[in-house]
Design a protein around this ligand. Structure first.
Ligand SMILES: NC(=O)c1ccc[n+]([C@@H]2O[C@H](COP(=O)([O-])OP(=O)(O)OC[C@H]3O[C@@H](n4cnc5c(N)ncnc54)[C@H](O)[C@@H]3O)[C@@H](O)[C@H]2O)c1
Length: 290
């Protein structure tokens, strides 16, 4: 369906990205239901949205009335089928696992109206492969947001082999309604434009640390000051989740070879449960008070 007619959105996955995407959708005046398998993920999503809206109000980027209105447009549910049945648009942003994502898209395909576009927030999986789990590959597209969605100005839109021109146009128009800029990845390639670039930088940064060449803080400072990056690659990993970075790297290694081989220090941190901000400890992150 065209972007103008979209009023109800379902966001499946209420983790780091799902709550932020839902907040943007609600702030643009649309209704949104966040769906997750885990009730505690939904409770955390609600808290994160509350905190983020409060920060927007405190910094005078949003009025209290607008924040209250956005909040009133957000619902939370563990019932995917019920939430999808009334939706005009669906976004899947569950864990970066091909089987899990395919399963969610299959269920969305069955539960959503026929004209509904199914957008995946995958960081690097093939959109065509995800679309193959559905009976509507022409209405499946990559819509790749950045963390945190309320602050990041870009959505990377990715075509699958069968994505139609209408689906692409509607997705670009919807991003405009959200107030986001877009880049289009015209070929369905793993990692698209942005993950290919940032994962290469993250893995090389981890290798520099592993080889004892520099302290993590200096690697980040080099990127911030030499290249004017807003945040260094290691801080970015802590922010995004080391487990997600590792999964993305492993899939990209399958596709592109050893240039995306994850170094041992990244594997060890993930094995130890040091996943970045979400677990309280990461490459550089040691908790808010450290
Ligand atoms: N973290 C980032 O910076 C970032 C940036 C861009 C894109 N992404 C992509 O966004 C997606 C989500 O990443 P995240 O960082 O939010 O992960 P996350 O681990 O924080 O959240 C994933 C959520 O999915 C839920 N989930 C798992 N299986 C489900 C199912 N079958 N139905 C409903 N919910 C289910 C989990 O309970 C969890 O709450 C991934 O595809 C990731 O690659 C992440």
């Amino acid at each position: 369906m065209s972007a103008d007619g979209i009023e109800d959105v379902v966001v499946v996955g209420g983790g780091v990205m799902g709550n932020g995407i839902a907040q943007v959708v609600a702030q643009s005046g649309l209704r949104v239901t966040v769906v997750d398998v885990a009730q505690d993920a939904l409770d955390r999503a609600r808290e994160r949205i509350e905190r983020s809206l409060a920060r927007f109000v405190r910094s005078e980027r949003l009025s209290q009335e607008a924040a209250d209105a956005a909040r009133s447009r957000i619902a939370f549910s563990t019932d995917l089928e019920a939430a999808a049945a009334g939706a005009d648009h669906a976004v899947e942003t569950v864990v970066e696992d091909l089987e899990v994502k395919s399963g969610v898209l299959r269920r969305l395909d069955e539960a959503c109206r026929e004209d509904v576009i199914l957008a995946s927030n995958t960081s690097q999986f093939s959109i065509s492969r995800l679309a193959a789990a559905t009976s509507r590959p022409d209405r499946v597209i990559g819509s790749h947001w950045f963390n945190p969605p309320p602050l990041m100005d870009l959505i990377e839109v990715v075509r699958g082999v069968e994505t139609s021109d209408e689906t692409l146009a509607a997705t670009l128009a919807l991003a405009e309604r959200y107030g986001k800029r877009t880049v289009v990845c015209r070929k369905d390639t793993p990692g698209f434009i942005t993950s290919r670039l940032i994962v290469a930088l993250m893995l090389e940064s981890m290798r520099i640390v592993e080889e004892g060449i520099a302290e993590p803080g200096d690697v980040d400072l080099a990127c911030e000051k030499a290249f004017n990056h807003a945040m260094g690659p290691l801080d970015t990993m802590d922010f995004s989740g080391l487990d997600t970075t590792l999964k993305v790297a492993e899939n990209m290694r399958d596709q592109y070879g050893d240039r995306f081989l994850a170094p041992q220090n990244l594997r060890a941190l993930v094995a130890a449960g040091h996943l970045g901000r979400k677990s309280g400890r990461g490459v550089r992150y040691r908790g808010e008070d450290a």
